[in-house]
Write a protein that binds this ligand. Structure first.
Ligand SMILES: Cc1cc2nc3c(=O)[nH]c(=O)nc-3n(C[C@H](O)[C@H](O)[C@H](O)COP(=O)(O)O)c2cc1C
Length: 383
């Protein structure tokens, strides 16, 4: 039995396999509301057999959005469309999961297809005006980027409480896995970095403080029977990222606060966006050996992600103890049926048993008909 397709249980959550659709921002939200685009986009991954499907980074407050199209959970009104998505994912056999994010000083950017720079007057004329971002210190992300408002101590404390409120909403929307976005140079990552965090209060003297307080606020509202994931950038752009030992210390402290899984991402710099001019060694490649070391050093479950293309590669990461869960991003955009195709490639379920019920009989007949056509072609060519 391929390990990729063994069921996965953590706290009270049960996933049918270890394929996780990584969170992928769509910039298709309206006033932070998830739309039918999100429903269709995510449901096809559940229909394609994934074990856990993540809703993209969901903003804990409006000013924490990366773009005008980011979705959020900053009011109770945002719950209903996200609940509809959670129901759809569950109905199609996947565990509904959601990532909570705040982009801090990287907020207020153009959508990719508008240039991915800071919002400007042209965007304002399109109905997408700039807003003032916030950060640990009044330091812009790079030359030419707006200076964020430096959060006061009270504002940081209020934001921490806000993470708790938003977690309550994610729970009410029916999600079973919650991930805190602590990577990619966004707000939590900014607080951790001496490059972005030059505060003199306790959130600067102890740069882990914000992350730890957020973990506590989230865990208070997230039921004991539901797993909590935390995303980190494992191999940072070389501009002030964390050394391995510090990361182990931070993750151990997060584990004590109820984090179960470290989601090992990479890339996304602290002090530039995008990452022009910075070196990201091996780009977004799966950090397999680092994942294994973290798994051993912290005792956390590990989700690895990055350019997983071949099912055999995913299986090899699991067999080598380099991960417990395999995140798939762009490959699933290319082929939302990646998990059910991977089952076939790894010799599991050759009979469409895990495909949507409504398809099965037709796919079995299709396979038989295709087989007959192939045999007839072969007989003709050898005649
Ligand atoms: C369209 C797109 C949107 C993304 N949005 C998010 C996001 O909202 N949160 C996040 O943590 N990572 C985000 N990522 C990163 C992915 O989750 C993933 O870690 C990365 O793409 C590497 O995996 P892959 O090589 O399988 O795509 C995004 C990636 C893509 C392609």
């Amino acid at each position: 039995m391929a390990q990729l397709f063994t069921p996965y249980t953590l706290r009270g959550m049960q996933a049918r396999n270890r394929v996780v659709i990584s969170p992928m921002q769509q910039s298709a939200g309206v006033e932070g509301m998830a739309t039918d685009w999100h429903l269709a986009h995510l449901a096809r991954f559940a229909m394609g057999g994934a074990g856990i499907v993540f809703v993209e980074s969901t903003a804990v407050e409006a000013r924490g959005r990366n773009t005008h199209g980011d979705i959020g959970l900053w009011s109770d009104e945002h719950i209903a469309p996200l609940a509809r998505i959670a129901d759809a994912l569950r109905r199609d056999g996947a565990v509904p999961a959601i990532q909570l994010g705040h982009t801090g000083r990287k907020a207020g950017m153009q959508k990719w297809w508008h240039g991915h720079g800071p919002l400007n007057e042209t965007d304002a004329a399109r109905g997408e005006p700039p807003w003032t971002s916030v950060g640990p210190s009044a330091l812009p992300v790079g030359p030419g980027w707006p200076t964020p408002h430096e959060l006061s101590t009270e504002e940081v404390e209020s934001l921490v409480r806000h993470y708790g409120v938003v977690t309550r909403r994610a729970r009410e929307a029916g999600y079973e896995v919650l991930e805190v976005h602590g990577a990619h140079g966004y707000l939590i990552h900014q607080f951790l970095s001496p490059v972005a965090n030059q505060r003199s209060d306790r959130f600067g003297q102890q740069r882990w403080r914000f992350a730890l307080d957020v973990a506590e606020a989230v865990r208070r509202e997230w039921p004991d029977d539901k797993p909590l994931f935390w995303r980190v950038s494992l191999a940072d752009v070389v501009d002030g990222g964390m050394e391995f030992d510090e990361l182990v210390g931070l993750l151990s402290a997060l584990k004590e606060r109820g984090v179960d899984v470290v989601d090992c991402s990479s890339g996304g710099g602290i002090s530039s966006y995008p990452t022009q001019g910075k070196s990201v060694s091996n780009g977004l490649l799966f950090r397999a050996e680092l994942g294994k070391q973290l798994r051993e050093a912290t005792g956390l479950q590990v989700m690895g992600v990055g350019l997983v293309i071949e099912p055999q590669t995913a299986e090899a990461y699991l067999q080598a103890g380099q991960a417990d869960l395999i995140g798939v991003g762009r490959e699933a955009l290319y082929n939302p049926n990646w998990p059910v195709h991977a089952e076939v490639a790894l010799g599991v379920n050759q009979d469409y048993a895990t495909w949507p019920q409504a398809y099965r009989m037709y796919l079995i007949r299709r396979a038989a008909a295709a087989d007959a056509l192939r045999k007839a072609d072969m007989a003709r060519s050898t005649a």
